[in-house]
Every structure is written in structure tokens, then in C-alpha cells.
Design a protein around this ligand. Structure first.
Ligand code: IPM
Ligand code: MG
Length: 368
């Protein structure tokens, strides 16, 4: 068997800058730990649109389907705001998620001790926080039909459809319950069963899968609005949260701020196992393309680097190496390295994107 393949899609805005640091770390693992990858790079989002008139070419889609893992930076930017919906940068990302069938999106929200003061919430509310949001990623209102904007009489109507099949709910429920068994053994499922039929079915199916297959995991249910409130009130009550595509989008941004900065949060989007046993997988930071700071060396590369750590863990069976990388990040933060997003009132000088890369590499060297 050859080296595992990694497709890198830096994308737009700060995507290329943060991904450049990940490439240095991939190089470190190859030089120092003998972990070799066949790395290829391609375009997605606005940069693909600029080159090819589409946010994701069929060729890139085919390469992604074959890759052992895809690493993505970020997509989008104001330059593309007026494009037709069908070719907006985000459509490239959504096509990858849908066609690779990456139904289970893991979004950990962990508060590093060194950053407990950066959250807008009180320190004791967030210190030591370690929760995982499992967001359904290939269905729901993001993809439901019918959709569109059409004319009814003399006014326009915008339509999207929230739609979930039993099997779509069951497979993401399994992935959350399974994961909880390897963590704090608790799952809280969030929907709006009080107003949505899809929410009623969601609650029923999650309960059925739990009772039949994972009875030892502690399962609870919350309406998603109450869940948002509880996430801000006392987030440490949660271990794993499982929720649909749209609620997961909102709740994960909310959870991100508990950790101090959106620049810290990685994600893994996983699908069914491929022939070689690895799951289809795409790893990306939760943050967006941040066009306001793009190209200035200000972006925090940690979310993207931590996404690569998730790839080591979930795609390449290298949990110990993922631990090493996470520990290196913990160390540089404890020693005071801060990109601009992590600067409080104390007048610390921020490090640049590549400066943060330097310190992470030094911490990796020190770990040997
Ligand atoms: C996310 C993003 C995406 C989403 C956008 C960029 C399409 O907000 O991954 O959370 O809405 O899913
Ligand atoms: Mg989002």
C-alpha cells in the first residue's frame, strides 16, 4: 500500500494563509515522525470560480472522492456576494459535503486553560470545557426540496424545506452515541419537536437507536432554543450534543465563542467507511474566510492545525500523534503565544500567522 493521500483545498480569504502553516506541520510529521502523505492541492470556492467559473470542478470533486482525507481552509468573500446562487463559493463546500455523503460533522469546543479569560463568559463557566457538537451535515433545510424563490400572484416567495428520513437521523444518532461512549457517555439531542414534525421524528428515532443499541449512554433531549440558552448558561453540563444541520450550524458558532475565539475550533466531517476502512472525511476549521484580515498575516492558524490533528486521529489511526500536536498547541498558548484574535487588554504583542506556525513547530520539536 502506498502513502495515504491528502487533498488540500485552501480556498479563499485567510484559507491559504492558515493552510500554509498546516503544510509546514505535515512536513514536520514526514521528516520527524515518518508519517508520509501524498499531498495534492487544488482550488475550491471563489478561487475556483475565478479560475474555472465554478466553485468546484468535476475533476476536483472526483479527486476528493478518491482521497483518504480532504483538508479545507475556508470559502467565500464579499467579492462573490453578487454571484448567482448556483456558483457562490459556499456551493463548492456544500457539494463536497453532499456528494461525499459526510453526514456526521464533529465540532469539538474545548477551552484551553490559557484562554479561559478570552471568552465573553465568566472564567468559571468555561474553564475546562470539553464538549462535542455532532451536526448532521448532508440533509435538512440545507438540501431539502422544494426550494427556491418564485412568484405567487404579485409577490415573491422564498422556500426551503426541512426534511429528514429515519435513516438519516439514525446514522448521525449512532455516530453521536458511539462517540459519547468514548468520552463522557452523555448525549443531549436538540430539535424543535414542539413546533416541527421533523423534530418529533428526530426525537423518536434518536430514542429508538439509543434504547436498542446504546442503552448505557445517558440520553437527554432539549428544544434547540433552550439548548442555546443552556450552552451560554452552563455549558459544562453537556458532553456530546447531536442536532440537525441548521441548528448545528448555529449552536456550533455559539459554542465556539465559549472557547474564546472562533480561530480555535476545528471540525471533522465523516461519512461511511471506504474500501480501505477509512471513513470518507473532510477536515476544516469552523471559522470562515475572514476577508477583513485576509493577506495580512493576522489570522490564527490553530483551528486549521487542530483540524489536521483530527485527521490524524479519525482518518490515519494516529491518535498519539494527534495528542502530540494538541499538546504542542496547549504549550504555545500556555507560554503566551497569541495571534491578534487572542489579544486582550494586557498589551501583549500578537504573533503573525507564520509566527504561530514557528512556535508550534518548535513545541513539536521539543516533544521529541
Ligand atoms: C459552517 C459554515 C457553512 C455552513 C457555510 C460556509 C456554507 O457556516 O460550516 O458552519 O453554513 O454550513
Ligand atoms: Mg457556520
Amino acid at each position: 500500500m502506498g502513502n495515504p493521500s491528502l487533498l488540500i483545498l485552501p480556498g479563499d480569504g485567510i484559507g491559504p494563509e492558515v493552510m500554509a502553516q498546516v503544510r509546514r506541520i505535515i512536513g514536520w510529521y514526514s521528516d520527524k515522525r515518518g508519517l508520509q502523505f501524498d499531498v495534492s492541492e487544488d482550488l475550491v470556492g471563489g478561487s475556483a470560480y475565478d479560475a474555472h467559473g465554478t466553485p468546484l470542478t468535476d475533476e476536483t470533486m472526483a479527486t476528493a472522492q478518491e482521497a483518504d482525507a480532504v483538508l479545507l481552509g475556508a470559502v467565500g468573500g464579499p467579492k462573490y456576494d453578487d454571484l448567482d446562487f448556483s456558483v457562490k463559493p459556499e456551493r463548492g463546500l456544500l457539494r463536497l459535503r453532499k456528494e461525499m455523503d459526510l453526514f456526521s460533522n464533529l465540532r469539538p469546543a474545548q477551552c484551553f486553560d490559557a484562554l479561559a479569560d478570552f471568552s465573553s463568559l465568566k472564567k468559571d463557566v468555561v474553564a475546562g470545557l470539553d464538549i462535542m457538537i455532532v451536526r448532521e451535515l448532508t440533509s435538512g433545510v440545507y438540501f431539502g426540496e422544494p426550494r427556491g424563490i418564485h412568484k405567487e400572484g404579485n409577490e415573491r416567495v422564498g422556500i426551503n424545506t426541512q426534511r429528514y428520513t429515519e435513516s438519516e437521523i439514525a446514522r448521525v444518532a449512532r455516530s453521536a452515541l458511539e462517540l459519547a461512549g468514548r468520552r463522557g457517555n452523555k448525549v443531549c439531542s436538540m430539535e424543535k419537536a414542539n413546533v416541527m414534525e421533523s423534530g418529533i421524528l428526530w426525537r423518536e428515532v434518536v430514542t429508538e437507536i439509543h434504547d436498542a443499541e446504546y442503552p448505557d449512554v445517558e440520553l437527554s433531549h432539549m428544544y434547540a432554543d433552550a439548548g442555546a440558552m443552556q450552552l451560554c448558561r452552563w455549558p459544562k453540563q453537556f458532553d456530546v450534543i447531536v442536532t440537525d444541520n441548521l441548528f448545528g450550524d448555529l449552536l456550533s458558532d455559539c459554542a465556539a465563542m465559549l472557547t474564546g475565539s472562533l480561530g480555535m475550533l476545528p471540525s471533522a466531517s465523516l461519512g461511511a467507511p471506504m474500501e480501505n476502512g477509512r471513513p470518507k472525511a473532510l477536515y476544516e476549521p469552523v471559522h470562515g474566510s475572514a476577508p477583513d484580515i485576509a493577506g495580512q498575516g493576522k489570522a490564527n492558524p490553530i483551528a486549521c492545525v487542530l483540524s489536521f490533528a483530527m485527521a490524524l486521529r479519525y482518518s490515519f489511526d494516529a491518535g498519539a500523534e494527534a495528542d502530540r500536536l494538541e499538546a504542542a498547541i496547549e504549550k504555545v498558548l500556555a507560554e503566551g503565544a497569541r495571534t491578534a484574535d487572542l489579544i486582550g487588554q494586557d498589551g501583549v504583542e500578537p504573533v503573525s500567522t507564520s509566527g504561530m506556525g514557528d512556535t508550534i513547530l518548535a513545541a513539536l520539536d521539543a516533544s521529541l
